[in-house]
Design a protein around this ligand. Structure first.
Ligand SMILES: CNC(=O)c1c(C)[nH]c(/C=C2\C(=O)Nc3ccc(Cl)cc32)c1C
Length: 278
């Protein structure tokens, strides 16, 4: 039996962006707390609507402890809105956590960074595993798309929807935000691939340590130049050479020198942390 809007009660709004609005909701039949993302598809072309439907269908296939669980979707044609019902992550997103740490001038504990590294990598490994020959690339990995549950487990969100969001439409043109995590190949207008997600992951891990991205600039042109060169400072001295070396290995401009997801997971220190941190 497909869900309807009447099956849920909205508790509060928990996020909003160019994509739409995210709300905390309660499923009436059992009181389970979930979240839904509301997206207005009214300004999308038929092609983009089809892209959205196929992306949502891909979300349905992704089942992993480190990927935000998809539950259902509701399409309300009366207001051209799709409601994508997903797992609630009560510790919010990494972007908010980084902002709080920067405000309070408090660095994150190294073991917490390792835990995030291991779990993001595991989530990407699941997505890059080819399902029916089709890898699910995130395409918009950033701290605002990575969430934490009550046990501080990582939950990757918003998979695949970026392809629709970045598609040339008035809807997508409202896409805001500085692309700090954009890979060199994307800056050079080359094709996006699994290793582009890995570059973005490296930039996110760097920011968890330094509380700022590895590449920053006052405008897109200057940012692109820095990304192409690929030079960045070591993560703060509080962190070990082991963590610094893994992060630096990931943020490599040359795609063929950047590790695959499996190579990251097979790094001796990552394997050790994967065992000890659980
Ligand atoms: C201030 N907002 C928050 O702390 C917050 C909380 C407690 N949860 C979220 C976000 C989500 C959440 O809880 N579940 C989600 C599923 C998919 C997507 Cl794209 C986002 C979410 C947010 C942004």
């Amino acid at each position: 039996m497909p869900s309807t809007l009447d099956d849920f009660a909205v508790i509060s709004t928990i996020g909003s962006g160019s994509y739409g609005t995210c709300r905390k909701i309660r499923r009436k039949k059992d009181g389970k707390v979930l979240a839904w993302k509301e997206m207005d598809y009214g300004s999308m072309t038929e092609t983009e609507k089809q892209m959205l439907v196929s992306e949502v269908n891909l979300l349905r296939e992704l089942r992993h402890s480190n990927i935000v669980r998809y539950y259902d979707r509701i399409i309300d044609r009366s207001n051209t809105t799709i409601y994508i019902i997903m797992e609630y992550c009560d510790r919010g997103d990494l972007a908010s956590l980084i902002s709080r740490c920067r405000r309070d001038e408090v660095y994150m504990e190294e073991d917490f960074v390792w835990k995030i590294l291991v779990q993001i990598t595991q989530a990407l490994q699941e997505c890059h595993r080819r399902k029916n020959g089709k890898a699910v690339l995130h395409r918009d990995l950033k701290p605002a798309n990575i969430f934490l549950d009550s046990d501080e487990n990582v939950k990757l969100g918003d998979f695949g929807l970026a392809r629709v969001l970045h598609h040339e439409t008035s809807f997508a043109k409202t896409y805001v935000g500085t692309p700090y995590y954009m890979s060199p190949e994307l800056v050079n207008n080359m094709s996006y691939n699994e290793k582009s997600d890995i570059w973005s992951m490296g930039c996110i891990l760097y920011e968890l340590c330094a509380l700022r991205p590895p590449f920053t600039a006052s405008n897109q042109h200057e940012l692109n130049k820095k990304i192409r060169v690929g030079d960045f400072a070591r993560i703060p001295n509080k962190y070990t050479d082991g963590l610094n070396n893994v992060v630096a290995k990931i943020i490599r401009v040359e795609v063929h020198k950047r590790p695959t997801i499996d190579e990251v997971l097979n790094e001796p220190l990552v394997m050790k942390k994967r065992t000890s941190l659980g």
